[in-house]
Design a protein around this ligand. Structure first.
Ligand SMILES: Nc1nc2c(ncn2[C@@H]2O[C@H](COP(=O)(O)OP(=O)(O)OP(=O)(O)O)[C@@H](O)[C@H]2O)c(=O)[nH]1
Length: 395
């Protein structure tokens, strides 16, 4: 699969998704910029799962609260509650409070960004508190079960938007934290019983970590492939510039934006001169390489976020410049023309110059003008530039 990607993208400007796919990610780490993008993607994709998980956790925790109240009878008259039982109940209510805060954060749209950083803390604290509550039951001489703690270490690896390393950290905090607390709080048979459970606790982390690793690896692969496919759909595979389809799609949006901002859009059509003759003299492969070099020049001139460098097809390119005026459009187009000439790609059969040159047609959008009309004006200017002797810029 990778070699066919490589084949497809041969000679195009670097694509971060492809490069990462080729480089691999056995340690589940991308390049920093891509890693940040992946984190956001993972967090946003799992928002529904986190909503379901918090509702389930709240329901289960409320069930535990009811069991505590039944077992400890805190409201029974004449039976004072021991300090240990008091701590146990406080802990149970504290975690209920934590879960309610997590639920609130998920419900309030403006706080939604907090859910991802909160999730590992909520799981880790709930896991350690569950272990502690059961240790307090043991200290009260009542039956305790640590199955809930095992369950929570496994839950740390659920697809809740955390990366493998965060899940692993949470699993370890719960298991190691519980183990240390048990050595401090429990004695005799209670400690022996816990230590036996601890073996399964650590095994639970190990097995879940294995599954978690594979899941994160698959998700990373999917993330890269999906972004690469999106990139492919909107780019020209020879030059890596945007293709005509994405220009048409984005032009409508840019026109709306320009109308709102009361600014103008500049369109530069660039057509290489005597390219058929170049292909005939130097061969199709040399023609391809020349197109790639010119494309890189245009790519470097699309400097602002809403600017676009496009390969319309064949030896025809476009530069779309957002928020532009006439002097700026003209001087930039002149710079483009000169930069192409200064590539100094030898072109012996050109009737214009012995190097590759281009003719450029310009148009600047009017307040009520459609994108089609703008394109037509730039095309007419290009036609005039060709007939006026090529290697020139006309508005
Ligand atoms: N190497 C290569 N050539 C291409 C590609 N796409 C189109 N062409 C060639 O580009 C040439 C365009 O030729 P014309 O449209 O006649 O234009 P021209 O020769 O540049 O003439 P003027 O534009 O009038 O200066 C044709 O020979 C096409 O085969 C491509 O992807 N690679």
């Amino acid at each position: 699969m990778l070699s066919s990607f490589e084949e497809l993208f041969r000679g195009t400007p670097g694509n971060p998704y492809l490069q990462q796919l080729l480089k691999g990610f056995a340690w589940l780490r991308f390049e920093p910029q891509l890693e940040r993008e992946y984190d956001q993607y993972l967090g946003a994709a799992a928002i529904r799962q986190r909503r379901i998980a918090i509702v389930l956790a709240l329901l289960i925790w409320c069930g535990f609260v009811a069991v505590d109240l039944h077992r400890l009878q805190p409201f029974a008259e004449g039976v004072p509650l021991s300090e240990t039982a008091g701590w146990l109940l406080h802990l149970r209510w504290a975690v209920l409070g934590l879960l309610l805060v997590a639920q609130l954060v998920l419900l309030v749209k403006r706080l939604e960004f907090l859910t991802l950083p909160l999730t590992p803390w909520v799981i880790a604290l709930t896991g350690v508190a569950t272990a502690l509550i059961n240790m307090l039951y043991s200290r009260l001489g009542m039956q305790a079960s640590y199955d809930g703690v095992i369950l929570l270490t496994i839950a740390a690896f659920f697809p809740l938007g955390m990366t493998f390393y965060t899940s692993l950290m949470v699993g370890l905090v719960i298991s190691v934290g519980s183990f240390l607390l048990a050595q401090w709080l429990l004695i005799g048979d209670y400690l022996r019983a816990f230590n036996l459970t601890a073996v399964y606790l650590f095994l639970g982390v190990l097995v879940s970590a294995g599954g978690g690793y594979l899941r994160d690896h698959n998700q990373r692969e999917q993330f890269l492939s999906r972004h690469l496919l999106n990139w492919l759909a909107e780019r020209d595979s020879l030059t890596g510039l945007y293709n005509r389809r994405s220009l048409e799609q984005k032009l409508a949006l840019l026109f709306l934006q320009a109308r709102r901002q009361k600014c103008r859009i500049g369109l530069v059509l660039v057509d290489l001169d005597h390219f058929k003759a170049y292909n005939d003299s130097y061969g199709h492969r040399a023609g391809d390489l020349a197109l790639q070099r010119v494309a890189r020049v245009l790519h470097d001139f699309a400097r602002r976020p809403l600017d676009m460098a496009v390969r319309l097809g064949g030896e025809e390119f476009a530069l779309l410049l957002f928020d532009c005026d006439e002097p700026a459009l003209h001087s930039l187009a002149e710079e483009v023309r000169l930069a192409i000439e200064q590539l100094a790609i030898e072109h012996r059969s050109s009737a214009t110059l012995p190097v590759m040159t281009a003719s450029l047609g310009l148009a600047l959008s009017g307040p009520e003008e459609s994108s089609g009309a703008l394109y037509q004006r730039a095309d007419e200017a290009l036609y005039r530039a060709k007939h006026a002797g090529r290697n020139q810029v006309l508005l």
